[in-house]
Design a protein around this ligand. Structure first.
Ligand SMILES: NC(=O)c1ccc[n+]([C@@H]2O[C@H](COP(=O)([O-])OP(=O)(O)OC[C@H]3O[C@@H](n4cnc5c(N)ncnc54)[C@H](O)[C@@H]3O)[C@@H](O)[C@H]2O)c1
Length: 322
């Protein structure tokens, strides 16, 4: 298939582009490089330097593709609570432009990067797709709204979508082909990696008195190569079955902050100083996914999301920064 990967120069998008190329698809990346990197582009893929907020450029660029993978968004939860207008424009208006360009260009399949942030506080774990969606952040709200837009464009315009609700994406390409560091990372593993290679002094641990085995927060980390594989499987599903899906993508394993810090110390051989600070408002004690539906529909399960693979593949990239 001819696939346009919007946001394909970013952290997850570059892995998704690599996976589609590996499967023999024709790939073009569309990205404004606001956080994406030229170094994340592959010579065998096309590249269009463009912005989803520029409708004319976007609709011109979209012509002739069979499918769109849409990863372009702002994703900093904290910032979204202070600057919601920024998130409304880029995430929501940008997606409306993508949907309208898809309608105009006759593109029938879209894979969308949604997020576990649509759920808000877990009422039970593991969180499955039937769990109520009450986002606690404006970022999560934008993702949920976009899922609703997708639902309407499915009904009214026959666009089939896969909304993939990623849990915590982490790790780097298993074969070491992607080396772009995340821009201003807020996620735990890149922060730990930055501390390991001296790019920051300490890792802040937000709360050590949660109701978890070691008192630190427990989350579900899913390897970015597993996510990339899920995109290819999801597009195959929506295009073959002419049907839209919304699925959780997680490893179904809870890992605590402290377990990650300790594994990183062991694997990197670095001291990685950590400081315990207060809890962050809205952080649940535990959040893990049920990915049963992705397994049933797509035959997808996380293969690379064990703790050591997450850390080892990350360290392969970060160790060069020392
Ligand atoms: N990283 C995670 O753990 C995680 C979890 C859940 C969901 N997501 C979602 O996955 C997607 C990719 O996340 P990521 O971690 O790779 O982030 P990223 O910032 O590395 O990638 C986003 C990409 O989109 C591009 N982009 C942003 N705005 C654009 C615009 N207006 N026009 C064109 N390109 C634009 C950026 O330059 C970048 O290349 C995002 O939609 C994010 O919300 C990420």
């Amino acid at each position: 298939m001819k696939i346009l990967i919007i946001g394909g120069a970013g952290y997850i998008g570059s892995h998704v582009a690599r996976e589609f190329l590996d499967r023999g698809h024709s790939v073009t990346v569309f990205d404004n490089l606001s956080s994406g990197l030229r170094g994340n582009l592959f010579p065998e893929a096309g590249f269009i330097h463009g912005d989803i907020l520029d409708y004319t450029g976007l609709s011109r660029a979209s012509a002739g593709f069979d499918a769109v993978v849409h990863l372009a968004a702002f994703k900093a939860v904290g910032e979204s609570m202070v600057k919601p207008e920024k998130y409304s424009v880029n995430n929501i208006n940008g997606t409306v432009n993508i949907l309208n360009a898809a309608v105009e260009g006759g593109i029938k399949n879209i894979v969308f990067s949604s997020s576990a942030a649509v759920f808000g506080q877990p009422e039970y774990i593991p969180v499955d797709e039937k769990h109520p969606a009450n986002p606690e952040s404006y970022y999560g709200f934008t993702k949920l709204e976009i899922e609703r837009f997708l639902g309407w464009y499915d009904k009214l315009k026959g666009i089939r979508f896969a909304a993939l609700r990623y849990f915590n994406a982490a790790g780097y390409d298993i074969k070491g082909r992607i080396k772009g560091l995340e821009t201003n990372p807020a996620n735990l593993i890149p922060v730990i990696m930055e501390a390991a290679c001296g790019m920051r002094e300490t890792v802040q641990i937000f709360g050590s008195d949660y109701d978890t085995p070691d008192g630190t927060g427990v989350r579900d980390y899913v390897h970015v190569s597993d996510l990339a594989i899920a995109h290819a499987m999801a597009l195959e599903y929506t295009s073959k079955n002419d049907k839209s899906i919304t699925v959780n993508l997680g490893s179904e394993t809870g890992i605590s902050v402290l377990e990650i810090v300790e594994a990183a110390r062991r694997i990197t051989g670095k001291p990685i100083p950590a400081t315990i600070v207060g809890r962050r408002a809205g952080d649940p004690a535990k959040l893990t996914a049920s990915s049963k539906l992705a397994h049933e529909l797509l035959n997808w399960t996380a293969k690379y999301s064990d703790l050591d693979t997450l850390i080892k593949t990350s360290w392969e990239v970060y160790k060069n920064q020392q």
